[in-house]
Write a protein that binds this ligand. Sequence first.
Ligand code: PGA
Length: 254
Amino acid sequence: MRVPLIAGNWKMNTTVSEATELVNEMRPGLDEIANVDKVICPPFISLAKVRELIKGSSIKLGAQNLYFEEKGAYTGEISPLMLAALCEFVIIGHSERRQYFRETGEIVNKKVQAALRAKLKPILCIGERLEENEAGRTEEVVAEQLRSSLAGIDFLGGLIIAYEPIWAIGTGKAATGRQANETIGFIRQNIAKLYNEDIAQEMRILYGGSVTADNAAEFINQPEIDGALVGGASLKATQFLSIVTQTSEIKQAR
Ligand code: PGA
């Protein structure tokens, strides 16, 4: 059985003091829920503070990006080694990075390799654009993203995949549970082809894109979907806690 995982991607939101407030609001409720992995991904500047605030709790910490070199003259960048000293997970290849910062499949691949070398668990994001979805090219696009992101990587070290259809991110227009389940099933088959059936069955694959407390159950109820990568709704303690609580109840009832 795969342990469900709910990750909150705070994106470029919260100052250190706002992050502190949000964690303090979430911590007691989240900590009580035992059968779900709960990961929060605040901005880099709050990682050290949040790490202190969640110490001794069951909440886990992730970053939203990294650079693929270990150290050196790369002004403004954050290395895998710096992150490994602070957190366990790192989001890689988010569509906003691909779109606004021109991250290509090759860059995403280097970042995944660098994260794994530093023993960070990548949350690798893939997903199609609206035009690609409408042209019926979803499977072709996600298969190519998987191929390029994972090229030359033999050991996946706890890597998690987040399927996020780009047209569903921050738009309030989520995919349906059935659509997401189908594509995630397809992604799992692809992992079986690229690696093997055991690795595919063990891999956690999340849905992301406009997940809220109101629609989370629709996704979590699907057999292929192991959790969610939550953006906007992860900035509200009650919403995030409700998504985690519903996940816990649904997966427990299985
Ligand atoms: P959203 O973002 O939940 O605000 O749509 C999801 C994401 O980008 O990870």
